[in-house]
Design a protein around this ligand. Structure first.
Ligand SMILES: C[S@@+](CC[C@H](N)C(=O)[O-])C[C@H]1O[C@@H](n2cnc3c(N)ncnc32)[C@H](O)[C@@H]1O
Length: 302
């Protein structure tokens, strides 16, 4: 993949050509037509701040991620050695650009820790980088259901779960993610997960999202389902155990910047745009779109 970072009117080649050992292909290229470059950072003409130039946004300044800044950011990521080894092994494999970046993996792990999540799901494992990052921070009693259709890449993931000593926390499911999620719902696992990460077939996002919304927890849903079913004591215990709201994180929501480019209208880009629009209107969740990696939206079920 030949990702580039666009800022201030220049396009820079992929970070991987600057920093061979770091992931460069996955970070977003942001090009906002309404933004104009206003200042050039004094350290280097590669580090550019840009500011909103239209009346809707006022004069807010945001930073564009240049290769230099991204390199700096990566030097501030605490990547466990086992994850680094997995990343380096995956770099030699076909499809390695699919792997989340170290800063994304760190954010996922952080969200899991902040939530105190114990029960997690990942849709789209590949060789296991993001799932291993999550499994490493789960408590010993935690579980991560890891859905992947490609047997060979799942084998690599399993080898690393073993090496990292987290196999007992990962339930690796080889098959189509929709089938796995449906079977979990049929098994009565609805409303029992704390966290999910979606990073598989882009055009299936709406379907994954609907299924995951059924699987992650929500106090309101528990109240609706259980209020007539149990006595006050059991009900109170249940409520105390349930997390405030399950979280679903969706990857690639900026789709290499294509979603923001009106000249791009291929099917994948259109499907991500339409998914992003639907999320904006979805009153079942609170959302936050974050420009990390290729863009991730964090959704919290109400
Ligand atoms: C972007 S990669 C996942 C990268 C992974 N999260 C990581 O950080 O290494 C997407 C993966 O989803 C898998 N996938 C695509 N469609 C799928 C489906 N319908 N069911 C299960 N897995 C699927 C692909 O085989 C691929 O390995």
């Amino acid at each position: 993949m030949t990702a580039s970072v666009i800022h201030g009117g220049w396009a820079f080649p992929s970070l991987s050509s600057f920093v061979p050992n770091r992931l460069g292909a996955r970070y977003a290229a942001f090009a906002r037509p309404n933004f104009r470059k206003v200042t050039t950072n004094c350290f280097s003409d590669r580090a550019v701040t840009i500011a909103a130039s239209d009346h809707n946004y006022g004069s807010k300044q945001v930073i564009s991620v240049t290769p230099q800044i991204y390199d700096y950011l990566l030097t501030n990521v605490r990547e466990p050695p086992i994850l680094r080894e997995l990343r380096e092994e995956t770099a030699t494999m076909r499809g390695s650009q699919m792997q989340v970046s170290p800063d994304q993996a760190q954010l996922l792990a952080m969200l899991v820790q902040i939530l105190g999540a114990k029960r997690c799901i990942e849709v789209g494992v590949y060789t296991g980088y993001s799932s291993l990052a999550v499994a490493l921070v789960l408590p010993d009693s935690g579980i991560l259901v890891a859905c992947e259709r490609d047997k060979n890449s799942l084998e690599v993931a399993k080898r690393y779960y073993d090496r990292a000593g987290v196999s007992h926390k990962v339930d690796a499911r080889n098959g189509l993610a929709v089938d796995t999620l449906n079977s979990m719902i049929e098994n009565g696992e609805g409303c029992s997960y704390d966290f999910a990460f979606v990073d598989a077939e882009k055009r299936m996002y709406p379907e994954y999202f609907e299924l995951l919304l059924k699987l992650v927890s929500s106090i309101m849903q528990i109240i609706r389902c259980r209020v007539l079913e149990c006595d006050l004591y059991t009900f109170t215990c249940l409520i105390l155990k349930v997390r405030a709201g399950g979280v679903v994180v969706i990857d690639n929501v900026l789709w290499h910047g294509k979603v923001a480019d009106p000249l791009v209208d291929d099917k994948k880009t259109e499907s991500i745009r339409s998914f992003n629009r639907a999320l904006m209107d979805d009153v079942r969740v609170n959302i936050s779109m974050v420009p990390v990696g290729d863009g991730m939206t964090i959704c919290r079920k109400r």
